[in-house]
Every structure is written in structure tokens, then in C-alpha cells.
Design a protein around this ligand. Structure first.
Ligand code: IVH
Length: 662
């Protein structure tokens, strides 16, 4: 039986290779499935012949609690960027001045996530993400499910290959369609989708995402008797790895490379995978070695990044949306177009000033692009194409949702609806409170909140915890029902255990997002303590500042907000921080300033340690400062401390103090 199992495995591996790497299947899907089924049955009947690298394992199965950290044998570096011909030319010139004429290889810059994969005695061993370049995460269980990646290779020595795991455009469209049907948040692009899939702890989910991989780097090429990069690609290919042969080519100078870049620019949106540029590498290993590295990047390779795609379309209308803070944002409704791979119908317009400055009119032909390759925005209007029917946009004086007069913020260019009962504000703020990064209440997304608000069941955040009074009505509502109701209630109940920082993030205090919420929770521990804090005390906290401090004071001064907090308290919502408890120490309660370069700590790191120890870290020295810790080249702050008779401490003394604590 062992023989048959092995025969099936070998045949299925070969069919996988032909289908997923060569794109040239030699067997029908039906016959393939038959053989796979036979192998699965045999493996079930003879568990003693189990093999983690069997083709049956490509469907996943392992569920992890977390990913193990793995140190890379050699750091996984990133590349320097160039954005135009001149910059690319100067990259090449520098090299040629140093080493004379060289041969280059240019290839697609695949937009996925970098991966290191190793093999031991011809068997797949491990796949590790780039991480911070030095230490990555073991995502073998997920990478194992990539159909085109061989689990067995005809090479017996240890081997490490590097490349990119990506989500093909077809998989991306399918996955997003499924997510839409399930009411889940869509992935913004192929890269995010690939990264999200590789981070799945359940490899069955990753397996269903249809990931793929291109392999473009062989760190130990010389060990295998190779002397240049291009040959390493061909060598990897010969072992059965998927390499991007069509778009990996040798060139002799910058103009040839530029031609290739132009060729790829023209076809990039027709490729079945996302690329965000072209990587240019010196071919010869000997020359690569001669050129060496800067601290973070090789000097023998660079990435040319494509500019964002810009296209013209018609701006059909401008409409306003109201956020949870009441902020009113203008948006452009566009004549739908395909932009950087997706269909786009809306774009950001930011605020009234920008519409005026860019003289954007309704009916204009406008140029659009995706900011950061994700969010569409209007770049400019094409005034030459006006025919007289275009109309300038007049910002209304009332809220588009509740018709309450709106006010323009003196400092920002935004209008705000100041009606706290504005339905748009109420719905947005409840949905924000329930969202994943805040109280994480499953089953209470924006659509549900909107519906519940319309029914009069949810009029404020605190109503979430009184939802049970509408049990009968909710259970009878079509599209909801008893089971969803039970799940929702369980999720609401669980949210009460969240810590103060999640709650603070959810309350919608102006300027307080997840970062500030964490800092505040760490500093004050309880809601009561934070509510008593004064303006000066708040604004002195690092990363808080006067505007945020003002936002916090104003929030807690509001009668309605105080009532809400009380109701949440009564409902049993946790009002305490989970962030690491402050340790009592010499520094506890002292206002400390760090200045100069410390020997063993980065400034930020030292400040974090001090906060952990209960110090208030401040950036400027005043009479209120208790201690100044100084490192090398400390300047005016140290002088000022001495002038004001503030205690000072050298970084050596600081370290000794920290050690004493242990
Ligand atoms: S070579 C030392 N080649 O781009 C050489 N990288 O900013 C290391 N990437 O982290 C990389 N396609 O994730 C190389 N054909 C390609 C690439 C590529 C995509 C990514 C890779 C890397 C980043 C560099």
C-alpha cells in the first residue's frame, strides 16, 4: 500500500506542477479529483504513512494559537526606491562609475508580501514572513497551502528561497465578492488580501483564499555553484519553483531598462497579478559583492515605483456625508471608471477650500487617482473641457441629514453639524463604539445600527446595553431572528469586559483615537481619575497636547456625556485599564524630561520605560520638572534644568537606577 500512496503523491505533485506552475494541465479536473480522493482514503486508512508534505495537505487543516517567531539566517532587506528616469539613471551611473559596465536584470515588483521558504533534504521545512527583516513569523501552515509551491524538490541539500506570496486578481475578486455577500469588510487591494490571508491562524481559511507565489531571490546562490542572479532564477525554475520568467530580463544599460519599464507600465493592469513597480538588480554575484550594502538596502538593487494611475472622468455630482463627530465631508460622484484595477464611482474631495482652490464644478471633466493606491481622489478639473453647463458647488448652510445649521471650524477647513441628535452622527457614533477596534460587538455594523436607529431601538451609545427591552420586536424582524439576537446579546455582554482604552477609543472624544486612548488609560487607570484630570495635567502628557486636552475636557464637561458614562457604569461596562500596571519606583509621580542621546536606550524607549514606572514624561523643562535625564550632546534643556535647580541624572545613573529595581 505504501507504494500506491507514494505513486499517487508523486503523480499528484506532478499534476499540481503542470497546472499551477506551467499553466499546462495534462489531466482533467475530474481525473485529478479521483486520484486525490483515492489518496485521501488511503491516508485515512493507513495513518502510519502520514506525511505533512502530502498533496492532500494543500487544503490546510492546522489551527494555531499564534505564529512562532523565527530569526532569519540572513536579514531580509528592503530596497531603495526610484521614481523616474533621472533617479534610475543616477542609480546606474553610480554603479558604473564604481565597477564599470555591468549587466542588469529587471523584473516585476510583485505587490504581495515577502517570504522566505526553506527546504531540508528535499522536503518543505518552513516559511517565514519578512517581519522586521531580522525576525519574522513562521507561517508554514498557510504557505503550505499555496498550490504552486512544491513540497518536495529534487535537491537534497539545505535550501532557502525568497520571493513574494501574492493574491492573484481573480482570487481577489472572488474573495471580496464572498466577503460582500457575508457582510464582511472588503480587502482594499491584493496586497492587503494576501497579508490578511497569510495571517490567518486557521490554515483552511488561508487555503481557500487562492494565494500564489513568485520566487525571485536565492540568498546562497553561490553555494549551489551559480555566479549570477539570472541563472539562479533559471535554477529555481528547474527545481519546480514558479519564477516570473516572461518578465525577468537581462539588460545592458539604463535606456534598455527604461524601455522595459514602459512596456510593463502599458500592460500592468492586464497582468493576472498586481505589480507596483520594477526591481532592477545587478546580475553578477561578484559585482553584487563588490558593491555591497548600505545599512538597510543593497547597493546593487533598486525598486522603480510606478506613479499612481491618473484618468479622466466626469464628476456628476457632489454629495455630503456626516461623520460621528459631525464633520461634513464632500464627496464626488463620478461617472464610473476602472482605475488601478478596480471600479471607482466615488472620490474624496476633502473640504470646501479644496473644491474652491481646484475650481471643481459639477459636470466637470476631472482627473482622478488613488491616494496611496487605495482611496480615490480628485486631482484637478480639466477646465479646457468645459462647455458652459458646469456649475460651481455652493456649500449648503444646513446639515444634509438633519437640516440643522452647520458651522465652520475656525482652525480646520471643515464644517460640522453641531446637532448632537443628528441621526447621521448618532448612527456613526454607535457603529464606531461597536466596531472591532473599540468595543468589538459582533453583529452591530453600520447597516444594523442604521436599521435599529430607524426603529427607535438605538438612539444613543448607552442604549446598546438596554437592547433587551426590544427582544420581542427584534426577534420578529425579518432578516434578524432569534439566533442573531442571542448572538448579538452575547457579544454585547462580552463587550462589558473590555478595558478602559477600548471604551475611550469608542466614545468618540475629539482627537482621541486608539493611540491617545491607550496613553490616557495607562496614565489614569480609571474613568473616574481621567474625568477629574485638569487641562494642564492632560496637555503635558507626551503625545496628548493642548488640542486633544481641550477635546477631553470639553467631552467630560458635557452633561449628556457624563450621563452616558454613568449609564454605561450602571450597565456594568468596565471602566478600568488593562494596560500594564505601573510599577512603583523612584520615578513614580515625577515629571521627567529626557534630553540628548542615551547610550543604551532610544529616546522613545527611555520615555516608555519611564511611563511604565509611573513618571510623567514631558518635553520641556520648567519649574514643575522634577528630573532631567541627560545623555550625550544634551544642550539647552540641561542648561535650563541647572539654571532652575532641577535635579539632573546622567544616563549611566539612569541605567543603574533601572538595574536597582530588578
Ligand atoms: S528583491 C535583496 N525582487 O519588494 C533583494 N523584491 O522593497 C531583496 N519585491 O521586500 C528583494 N518583487 O517584498 C525583489 N522581483 C522582486 C520583487 C521584490 C517584489 C518586494 C519584496 C521586497 C520589496 C523591496
Amino acid at each position: 500500500m505504501k507504494k500506491r500512496i507514494e505513486e499517487l503523491r508523486n503523480r499528484l505533485n506532478q499534476y499540481n506542477y503542470e497546472y499551477h506552475v506551467l499553466d499546462a494541465p495534462t489531466i482533467s479536473d475530474l481525473d485529478y479529483d479521483k486520484l486525490l480522493r483515492e489518496l485521501m482514503d488511503l491516508e485515512a486508512a493507513y495513518p502510519e504513512y502520514d506525511d505533512p508534505n502530502s498533496p492532500t495537505k494543500k487544503v490546510g487543516g492546522q489551527v494555531l494559537d499564534a505564529f512562532d517567531k523565527v530569526e532569519h539566517k540572513r536579514p531580509m532587506l528592503s530596497l531603495g526606491n526610484v521614481f523616474n528616469y533621472e533617479e534610475l539613471k543616477s542609480f546606474c551611473t553610480k554603479i558604473e562609475q564604481e565597477v564599470g559596465e555591468v549587466e542588469y536584470v529587471a523584473e516585476c515588483k510583485i505587490d504581495g508580501l515577502a517570504m522566505s521558504v526553506s527546504y531540508l533534504q528535499g522536503q518543505f521545512l518552513q516559511a517565514v514572513t519578512r517581519g522586521d527583516g531580522v525576525v519574522g513569523e513562521d507561517v508554514s501552515a498557510n504557505v503550505r497551502t499555496v498550490k504552486s509551491l512544491p513540497m518536495k524538490i529534487g535537491y537534497d541539500q539545505n535550501l532557502e528561497i525568497r520571493g513574494e506570496i501574492y493574491m492573484p486578481k481573480k482570487s481577489f475578486e472572488r474573495v471580496n465578492k464572498e466577503r460582500e455577500e457575508n457582510g464582511e469588510e472588503l480587502f482594499a487591494n491584493c496586497r492587503n488580501a494576501a497579508a490578511g490571508s497569510i495571517r490567518q491562524l486557521d490554515s483552511k481559511i488561508a487555503a481557500r483564499r487562492g494565494l500564489d507565489g513568485f520566487w525571485y531571490h536565492l540568498p546562497d546562490g553561490e553555494l549551489y555553484g551559480l555566479d549570477n542572479h539570472y541563472d539562479s532564477l533559471m535554477w529555481m525554475k528547474s527545481l519546480g519553483f514558479k519564477v516570473n520568467e516572461v518578465y525577468s530580463r537581462k539588460f545592458q544599460n539604463v535606456d534598455e531598462i527604461w524601455q522595459f519599464i514602459e512596456e510593463l507600465s502599458a500592460v500592468r493592469y492586464d497582468l493576472p497579478y498586481d505589480i507596483d513597480g520594477v526591481v532592477i538588480k545587478v546580475n553578477s554575484y561578484a559585482v553584487q559583492r563588490q558593491l555591497g550594502f548600505t545599512s538597510r538596502t543593497p547597493k546593487w538593487a533598486v525598486a522603480y515605483k510606478f506613479p499612481a494611475e491618473e484618468k479622466e472622468t466626469v464628476l456628476e455630482d457632489i454629495f455630503l456625508t456626516v461623520g460621528r463627530t459631525g464633520k461634513i465631508t464632500p464627496n464626488a460622484q463620478l461617472k464610473p471608471l476602472f482605475l488601478a484595477g478596480t471600479k471607482v464611482s466615488f472620490a474624496q474631495l476633502h473640504n470646501e477650500d479644496i473644491i474652491k482652490e481646484k475650481d471643481i464644478r459639477i459636470g466637470d471633466v476631472v482627473v482622478v487617482r488613488k491616494a496611496g493606491d487605495i482611496i480615490p481622489e480628485v486631482v484637478r478639473s480639466v477646465s479646457e473641457k468645459r462647455d458652459g453647463t458646469q456649475k460651481p458647488y455652493i456649500f449648503p448652510s444646513v446639515c444634509p441629514v438633519c437640516a440643522h445649521p452647520i458651522v465652520r471650524d475656525a482652525k480646520e477647513a471643515h464644517y460640522f453639524c453641531i446637532n448632537p441628535d443628528c441621526p447621521a452622527r448618532v448612527v456613526e457614533s454607535i457603529a464606531h463604539f461597536a466596531s472591532r477596534d473599540c468595543m468589538n460587538i459582533d453583529g452591530l455594523g453600520i447597516k444594523k445600527v442604521e436599521a435599529f436607529h430607524q426603529m427607535g431601538w438605538l438612539n444613543a451609545i448607552e442604549d446598546i446595553y438596554r437592547i433587551s427591552q426590544f427582544e420581542t420586536e427584534i426577534c420578529e424582524t425579518s432578516g434578524f431572528g432569534e439566533k442573531s439576537y442571542r448572538n448579538l446579546v452575547a457579544s454585547i455582554e462580552a463587550s462589558k469586559q473590555n478595558s478602559l482604552e477600548k471604551l475611550l477609543n469608542g466614545l468618540g472624544i475629539r482627537q482621541v483615537g486608539d493611540k491617545a486612548a491607550k496613553i490616557l488609560a495607562q496614565r489614569f487607570h480609571t474613568m473616574d481619575a481621567l474625568m477629574k484630570a485638569e487641562f494642564d495635567e492632560l496637555q503635558e502628557i507626551r503625545d496628548i497636547g493642548p488640542i486633544t486636552a481641550q477635546g477631553i475636557i470639553a467631552f467630560f464637561a458635557d452633561e449628556g456625556n457624563r450621563r452616558m458614562i454613568n449609564r454605561l457604569k450602571e450597565a456594568g461596562v468596565c471602566m478600568e485599564a488593562s494596560v500594564t500596571r505601573i510599577e512603583e519606583s523612584f520615578f513614580t509621580g515625577k515629571t521627567v524630561v529626557v534630553t540628548g542621546t542615551l547610550k543604551s536606550y532610544g529616546r522613545k524607549e527611555a520615555e516608555a520605560v519611564l511611563e511604565q514606572l509611573g513618571a510623567k514624561v514631558s518635553s520641556s523643562v520648567s519649574k514643575k520638572t522634577d528630573l532631567v535625564i541627560y545623555g550625550e550632546s544634551a544642550g539647552s534643556k540641561l542648561d535650563k534644568a541647572r539654571k532652575l535647580n532641577v535635579a539632573v541624572m546622567s544616563d549611566d545613573e539612569f541605567e543603574t537606577k533601572l538595574k536597582e529595581r530588578q
